[in-house]
Design a protein around this ligand. Structure first.
Ligand code: NAD
Length: 288
């Protein structure tokens, strides 16, 4: 058996295409959807990720732009930048690219964002709404994971789901969303003993640890849906996930590739959140 590939690149394109009428509707009212990305320091990986986000903006007619701030900037000066963007009515979405340089508190920075412009969904108000099951902006990677599973028709209700990783940007929101969809969810992490005992019982396995080769075929239940969130660079410079693609593809029913799985879905979900932000701010019927 070979797993069916869950093609995040193709699904991401479909998500972007589906946004076209919503962007056109806003445009008919004289509104150009606008996203601003704050980048602190010159982390090369962040530059690549922001580049992909801005290219997606360009492809669908969102006015995307980034603001580069020096790593030596004070938190107060970042707050001031955010405050200016919060007040600017032409800006609908704001995100602060992570990771931030050492010494900056991402929670404190996320709290400066106007919650209705927080398209990454990391402000405490938006994370709180997610916990309550009435999310306004679902964190993009987690939203992308669920969309991939839904698009493939993977049943979640009553299934055993195992999430590896408990970060706020990936593992925790994925676990919340799977719980809301009636899966029975186990969260594993770096202190989990006998990881394989959990993963072998998973109908749905989401791996977001950032450890290349963490999961091999022997750890996967036959027919399981395996979502590989991890992005790791090998010594040879190749991008790989957390899952050994060859051995896992032999056992799983569904598997996301790296690259081309969760990554493009994260970008597509950001575009969806940005359009939603513009609708929330500009179209009366969506205000909540
Ligand atoms: P993180 O470092 O904040 O969290 C990693 C989590 O994995 C932690 O909760 C830790 O306890 C757990 N973990 C680490 N080693 C483990 C082990 N050996 N066994 C079990 N659990 C272990 O990382 P993050 O920000 O959540 O990102 C995780 C991975 O996902 C990274 O590779 C990152 O690059 C990738 N990522 C990809 C996307 C995307 O769009 N494709 C988005 C976000 C993160």
């Amino acid at each position: 058996m070979s797993a069916r590939t869950l093609d995040g690149k193709a699904l991401g394109q479909r998500v972007l295409q589906a946004l076209a009428p919503r962007i056109a509707r806003l445009s008919q009212q004289g509104i150009t959807v606008k996203l601003r990305v704050l980048r602190v320091g010159d982390d090369p990986a962040s530059k690549v990720y922001v580049g992909a986000k801005l290219r997606a903006c360009q492809a669908i007619g969102i006015d995307g732009g980034d603001i580069e701030l020096p790593a030596q900037i004070t938190p107060g000066a970042i707050f001031e930048q955010i405050s200016m963007l919060n007040r600017d009515r032409s800006v609908h979405g704001i995100l602060v690219q992570l990771p931030l340089p050492r010494g900056f508190d991402p929670h404190l920075i996320a709290m400066q964002l106007e919650p209705t412009k927080d398209v990454d969904g990391f402000h405490a108000v938006n994370l709180g709404r997610l916990l309550q099951g009435r999310a306004r902006f679902i964190p993009c990677t987690a939203a992308g994971v669920i969309r991939l599973l839904d698009d493939a028709g993977v049943e979640l209700r009553g299934q055993n789901a195992v999430v590896i990783g408990r970060s706020e940007i990936a593992g925790k929101p994925v676990a919340l969303l799977l719980t809301e969809r009636d899966a029975t969810v186990t969260v594993c992490h770096s202190k989990t003993r006998d990881l394989a005992a959990y993963t072998r019982n998973a109908d749905v396995l989401v791996v977001a640890a950032g450890r290349a080769g963490l999961i091999d075929g022997s750890m996967v239940k036959p027919g399981a849906a395996v979502i590989d969130v991890g992005v790791n660079r090998t010594d040879a410079g190749a991008l790989v996930g957390d899952v050994d693609q060859v051995s896992v593809a032999m056992r799983a029913g569904f598997l996301t590739p790296v690259p081309g799985g969760v990554g493009p879905m994260t970008v597509a979900m950001l575009m969806e959140n940005t359009v939603r932000a513009a609708e929330l701010q500009c179209l009366d019927e969506n205000v909540q």
